[in-house]
Design a protein around this ligand. Structure first.
Ligand code: NAP
Length: 290
């Protein structure tokens, strides 16, 4: 068996297409959806991600303001920027690109973002509403992108055993909640660095979402025949033969495609979905003004 590709690029293009009408409606109401993206420091990967987000805005006619701050910026300076953006009625979404420099407290800064502008969906108000299965929250982009991708491919999660590897605030935890929520109806196990036998947990799973950040950690031999594999991981691995001196690999061995029924490519799987969901959240934030 060779797995079918869960094509995040194609699904993201479909999401973008569906957003165009909503953006038009905003514009007819005199509102141009507008996201402010704050990046602090020179992390090269962060600049690549921000570039992809800004290009998506340009494709869709969403206004983006790119705020670059030096690594040496004080936390109080970033607090001031967030406060200004909260008070600026022309800005609908605020995103602080992760990671922040070590001297900044990411959680504290996220807490300061107006929850209605929290397009990352990381504010406790939005995460709390997600736990309550309310539909008035902004959902974290990556796990929401995974749910959209599964739905788009016609993959039924109801009654399935799902394993989420990773329990981060931005991916693993909200992913588990979304998979277990009413409508998705999967039975979910969460694995993490203290889980004793991940290989066994994987072999029991109909759906695996790997969000760890360890290249090729999940082995082909851990995958049950016909399982659905969603690889969230994006890891840079040095490769002298590659044009940039590195290649991007996921958390799952590529050869898992010989066992799985569906698998996401890396890159081109979850990454484009994250960007598409950010665009969706930005449009939703603008729609809150109607
Ligand atoms: P994170 O905050 O570092 O969390 C990693 C999680 O993996 C933690 O819960 C950790 O467990 C768990 N873990 C670490 N080593 C493990 C092991 N040996 N066995 C089992 N679990 C282990 O990372 P993240 O932000 O969730 O991101 C995870 C990956 O997804 C990264 O590669 C990141 O680049 C990628 N990512 C991709 C996208 C995208 O759009 N495609 C978006 C976001 C993130 P503990 O809690 O016990 O430490």
């Amino acid at each position: 068996m060779v797995a079918e590709i869960l094509d995040g690029k194609a699904c993201a293009a479909a999401v973008e297409e569906s957003l165009k009408e909503r953006i038009n409606k905003c514009q007819h109401a005199g509102i141009t959806p507008h996201i402010a993206v704050i990046i602090v420091g020179d992390d090269p990967a962060s600049h690549v991600y921000v570039g992809a987000k800004i290009r998506a805005c340009q494709r869709l006619g969403i206004k983006s303001t790119h705020i670059e701050m030096p690594e040496s910026s004080k936390e109080t300076e970033l607090v001031e920027v967030i406060k200004e953006l909260n008070n600026d009625d022309s800005v609908h979404g605020i995103l602080i690109q992760s990671p922040l420099p070590n001297h900044m407290n990411e959680e504290l800064l996220t807490d300061l973002i107006d929850p209605l502008k929290d397009v990352d969906g990381f504010h406790p108000v939005n995460l709390g509403r997600l736990v309550q299965s309310r539909d008035d929250c902004l959902i974290p982009c990556t796990p929401n992108g995974v749910m959209h991708l599964l739905d788009w491919a016609g993959i039924d999660t109801k009654g399935k055993q799902a394993l989420v590897i990773g329990r981060s605030r931005n991916v693993g935890m909200p992913q588990a909640i979304l998979l277990a929520s009413k409508g998705a109806d999967a039975t979910v196990t969460i694995a993490h660095s203290r889980t004793s036998d991940i290989a066994k947990q994987c072999l029991d799973a109909d759906i695996i979402v790997a969000a760890v950040g360890r290249p090729n950690m999940v082995k082909k031999s851990w995958i049950k025949q016909g399982a659905v594999v969603v690889d969230v991981g994006i890891n840079r691995v040095d490769d002298a033969n590659a044009k940039r001196g590195y290649v991007l690999v996921g958390d799952v061995e590529k050869s898992a495609n010989q066992v799985a029924s569906w698998i996401t490519p890396v890159p081109g799987g979850v990454g484009p979905m994250t960007v598409a969901m950010l665009m969706e959240n930005t449009v939703r934030s603008a729609e809150f003004r109607f």
